[in-house]
Design a protein around this ligand. Structure first.
Ligand SMILES: Cc1ncc(COP(=O)(O)O)c(C=O)c1O
Length: 372
């Protein structure tokens, strides 16, 4: 028996993918991001479900993820959107394309001589990855020297779409992106695919769909931010995303604790009454972060039980004084729904000073993902 496990709802993942299909139309490539262990949901499990339900491509961050997916029999094209070291470029699995923004990458790939699809990444204002517009002619010249490199796409990434109600900066980035596209067209190197849409853009900016979208968090049923959700509501974009992940554990010990007893490392929690606590076998090693000490809560018997004292490496303590009949090995929900209560990734994000993206991706990869 596992001490802790993550349940993934196949119907929720399928529903979310269908929602994006409806939003962007049948002619736009749907390329869900499965990087970071599919945002903590399980790389292979989610890739299989997305492929089965009509994803056209999958976006991964790194070569190792592409290798895992190919070895497991995933057939659809893969796009590596992170950095691939020059020394690893010879090892790209079949039907694996990559985003390119360094001349060194073009040169090394060109010399390897294998046919490979590449997507240029344009710097439009994120200042993360990307080719400056002024450097684009150099890339075009390099590409002309390497006919084995097939220019399949041109892309960019928005900096602050989910942080703003006003999308001025994203629209500026879109303009810069269009300049790059025109430059490529003028030089006779217009790639077929144009892409810049993450989840927020897929929902809020139809003009950013082009013919390829790289949605991430929305596929898992989570909104990129409250602002994105509000903006969608205001614009009457009625989309219903279904969270796909439930993180569970079991009660490992029940303990009667007297008023005044000190709970956990640092003796930070003093029991305010004679009560009962449940010890749960998860801790910060598993991804239940220490910032949730005396802040977070868990669900037992459909009720919220506050986390008391410090989160330990492998254990936490919850106050179950108000929840009758809690027994050893009763099921506990750490993220998700139980009866009528819910602890969302967003709520945990707020309690631990981060965002839902980080909450789900930090769930330790070793914890089993079970598709339900
Ligand atoms: C380059 C790129 N494209 C697409 C995405 C997907 O973004 P989101 O999860 O906000 O949809 C990410 C995520 O970080 C990204 O880095």
């Amino acid at each position: 028996m596992d001490l802790t496990w993550v349940e993934i709802s196949e119907s929720a993942l399928a529903h979310n993918l269908k929602t994006f299909r409806k939003l962007v139309g049948k002619d736009v490539v749907l390329a869900p991001a499965v990087k970071a262990n599919a945002y903590g949901h399980g790389l292979l499990e989610c890739a299989r479900i997305f492929e089965k339900n009509g994803a056209d491509y999958l976006c991964v961050n790194a070569l190792f993820e592409a290798v895992v997916l190919r070895e497991a029999g995933i057939k659809i094209p893969l796009l590596i959107i992170g950095y691939t070291p020059l020394s690893d470029l010879a090892d790209l699995p079949t039907n694996t394309e990559l985003v390119v923004y360094n001349l060194e990458t073009v040169e090394t790939l060109g010399k390897i001589g294998k046919k490979v699809g590449i997507h240029l990444k344009i710097e439009t204002g994120n200042h993360r990855q990307g080719i400056e517009l002024t450097d684009l002619p150099d890339f075009i010249r390099q590409l002309q020297q390497h006919p084995n490199l097939i220019l399949k796409g041109v892309s960019t990434h928005f900096a602050n779409l989910e942080d703003r109600i006003n999308h001025e900066y994203a629209l500026y980035q879109l303009k810069e992106f269009n300049k790059a596209v025109h430059e490529l067209e003028r030089s006779g190197h217009a790639p077929h695919y144009r892409h810049c849409a993450n989840t927020a853009a897929a929902i809020l900016l139809p003009e950013a769909h082009f013919n390829f979208v790289r949605t991430g968090i929305g596929n898992y049923g989570l909104w990129p931010s409250e602002k994105t959700e509000m903006a969608a509501k205001r614009a009457n974009i009625g989309i219903d995303l279904k969270p796909a992940l439930t993180w569970k554990t079991v009660v490992a010990q029940i303990k009667e604790v007297k008023k005044g007893a000190l709970v956990g490392y640092g003796c930070t929690h003093e029991m305010p009454y004679n009560g009962r606590i449940a010890v749960l076998p998860v801790g910060y090693y598993d991804g239940f972060v220490r910032l949730l000490s005396s802040r977070g809560s868990v669900l037992i018997h459909g009720k919220k039980a506050p986390v008391i004292g410090r989160v330990c490496m492998n254990m936490i303590m919850a106050d179950v004084t108000d929840i009758p009949n809690v027994k050893l090995e009763d099921e506990v929900v750490l993220i998700g729904k139980q009866k009528n209560e819910e602890i969302s990734a967003e709520a945990i994000g707020e309690q631990s000073q981060t965002i839902n993206y980080e909450v789900t991706t930090r769930i330790n990869e070793r914890i089993p993902r079970i598709v339900k």
